[in-house]
Ligand binder design. Structure first.
Ligand code: KG4
Ligand code: ZN
Length: 342
């Protein structure tokens, strides 16, 4: 079975084709991505209307490129999947509209996917797929959640952020240090040259006894520190970046290990854009290795938004029998959509 996946929930247009052969895991045949980062950079963040218009321009050429690379014709597709939510309404409508139009024109069924389930299942695209059950740490620009995953579609929320997401903490701190958008990768790069112990920053909710997170206070502490430094900020920027990253990473690691401890599970999956962070990966590896636990990641390039994870989630849902593709081409999108409602 061949599933085409279309992702358009935010500032990346992603298209991919996965194929299920026999009873095995679906495999990635081809994928293509266009990032709008450059376009939004001038505004310091994502401009929703510009995002939607750019998705419209990109989605069909990317689809043609994916089909050509896989050597598959559009008529040979079995299912067309798209991101139904959560995300920007206008951006989501582009992917949903194109997927349903293609489906209707070709007489093929369509399937709407939850964006976070895509991130959650993205490690199954790699060479070291996890086994169920596992704990998942979902860390993106919009979400920070710990989940117990017992199988496809069986997700139990254990804890989440009560304010900013981890990616937002990276992005907002980077912005007030003048590092541009999206700040996460830039802050991480600068942090490599800094001293993580240079500034004492808070570790919010670190010892709250539950698995929730809070990052809004950290951003304020970084702002206070930056103001205090004044003209001294420039030469101390790498130190401040390293200290900020260390605070975020320490909380994420502490809570993830706590979730493994409480559940008795021995496998951790890390997904979402912040999962690309090297310091986070190193700290999780070290913490888990000490206890003989395993950590699984998606391939680095599949940590951030992409079409492959959407095609994969759709194919896995179909294979597990938890969702059927439909030929009712009336569609809606869900800009707000808690994963627990799946
Ligand atoms: O999953 P994603 O591509 O989009 C959302 O669904 O939000 O995640 C984007 C987030 C941004 O906040 C970005 O700054 C962050 O992931 N990010 C990073 C790194 N790479 C991406 N944060 C820290 N270190 C990185 N290397
Ligand atoms: Zn995402």
């Amino acid at each position: 079975m061949r599933v085409l996946g279309i992702e358009s929930s935010c500032d990346e247009t992603g298209v991919a084709l996965v194929e299920t052969l026999g009873g095995g895991l679906p495999v990635l045949r081809a994928d293509a991505l266009h990032s709008q980062i450059e376009m939004h950079q001038a505004y310091g963040g994502v401009v929703p209307e510009l995002a939607s218009r750019d998705h419209i321009r990109r989605v069909l050429p990317l689809t043609e490129a994916v089909l050509a690379r896989a050597g598959v014709t559009v008529g040979e597709l079995d299912v067309i999947a798209y991101t139904r939510g959560p995300g920007l309404a206008g951006a989501l409508l582009v992917g949903a509209g194109i997927a349903c139009a293609l489906g209707a024109a070709l007489g093929k069924p369509v399937l709407g996917v939850h964006h976070l389930e895509g991130h959650l299942l993205s490690p199954f695209l790699g060479s070291d797929p996890p086994e169920f059950p596992f704990i998942a740490l979902l860390v993106s620009g919009g979400h920070t959640q710990l989940m117990r995953v017992d199988g496809v579609g069986r997700y139990l929320l254990l804890g989440e952020t009560i304010d900013d997401a981890a990616g937002e903490a990276f992005d907002k701190s980077a912005k007030l240090m003048g590092l541009g958008y999206p700040g996460g990768p830039a802050l991480a790069r600068l942090a490599e040259q800094g001293d993580a112990k240079a500034f004492k920053l808070p570790r919010p909710l670190m010892h709250s006894g539950d698995l929730d997170f809070s990052f809004a206070g950290l951003k304020t502490a970084v702002l206070t520190q930056a103001k205090k430094l004044g003209a001294e900020l420039e030469p101390r920027k790498a130190d401040l970046a390293a200290s900020t990253q260390a605070a975020i990473v320490e909380v994420l690691v502490h809570k993830s290990l706590g979730a493994l401890d409480r559940s008795g599970l021995r496998r951790l999956v890390v997904a979402g854009g912040v999962g690309a962070n090297k310091a986070l990966r190193a700290a999780l590896e070290a913490g888990c290795a000490r206890r003989n636990w395993r950590v699984h990641y998606p391939e680095l390039r599949l940590c951030t938004d992409n079409g492959a994870m959407i095609a994969m989630a759709a194919a896995m849902r179909l294979a597990a029998g938890v969702q059927e593709a439909t030929t009712t081409y009336a569609f809606d999108v869900k800009p707000r959509w808690p994963l627990g409602e799946l």
